[in-house]
Design a protein around this ligand. Structure first.
Ligand code: GDP
Length: 209
């Protein structure tokens, strides 16, 4: 599993702080408490990888995890070989001043619009509360740009198999009517590890591992 190489690299609060825009990266979005940290940890087989993204004050930063092949990671390869997972902090746990919010929105929209290295978006949603405004906004950013997206309906372990299958069907139908076939969806659980391999395969394909 190449994602098991993941190491915290940096947190970018402004465009200038982003790493060179030459390699491949996949962004992860999710409302706070959706289960994004747990999903990242499960994909990367680590216990506390995404904890750094939750540090107070880091709620408006893009957090980069390096999954570049080679012992020294991105530091030791040409920038077009770099591979990153990018944690986009969700909304909900931090009340921030309005002007900061505007700065953040502009940064995020610009990142989606201009970032050459960005190859795909994973949206983590609680299977019991899918497709809220934030999720649609992130999916909209990706689809506008022509980027593929993939939805993880996580905490599927909290539903019966039948209920999870029904939820998956309903979301699949809604995604395909709103976005066509550029957005995939699957059930997932960071707890039971349901769907972890399937999600890794999607991310690995986008990163061209
Ligand atoms: P984040 O804010 O999106 O990063 O959410 P976290 O990963 O911190 O998860 C929020 C809460 O949901 C925590 O209490 C987790 O233990 C719980 N949680 C996350 N994923 C799962 C899952 O797949 N199954 C279950 N049962 N609980 C989960």
């Amino acid at each position: 599993n190449p994602l098991a190489r993941a190491r915290y690299l940096l947190a970018a609060h402004t465009p200038r702080q982003l790493p060179p825009d030459g390699g491949f990266e996949v962004a992860f979005a999710g409302r706070s408490n959706a289960g994004k940290s747990t999903a990242l940890n499960a994909l990367c087989q680590q216990n506390a990888l995404a904890r750094v993204s939750k540090t107070p004050g880091r709620t408006q930063q893009l957090v980069f995890f390096d999954v570049t092949a080679g012992s020294g990671g991105a530091a030791e390869v040409a920038s077009d070989q770099a591979r990153y997972l990018v944690d986009l902090p969700g909304y909900g746990y931090a009340k921030v001043p309005k002007d900061l919010q505007a700065h953040w929105q502009a940064f995020l929209a610009g990142y989606f619009r201009n970032r050459f290295a960005l190859r795909g978006l994973v949206v983590v949603m609680d299977i019991r509360h899918p497709l809220k405004d934030y999720d649609r906004q992130m999916l909209g950013y990706a689809v506008e740009r022509g980027l593929p997206a993939h939805a993880l309906l996580t905490k599927a372990d909290k539903l019966s198999r039948g209920a999870a299958a029904n939820a998956l069907q309903a979301v699949r139908r809604e995604l395909s009517s709103a976005y066509g076939d550029t957005v995939g969806v699957q059930t997932f659980s960071g707890e039971s590890k349901l769907g972890v391999e399937e999600a890794r395969a999607v991310v690995g394909r986008w990163l061209e591992f």
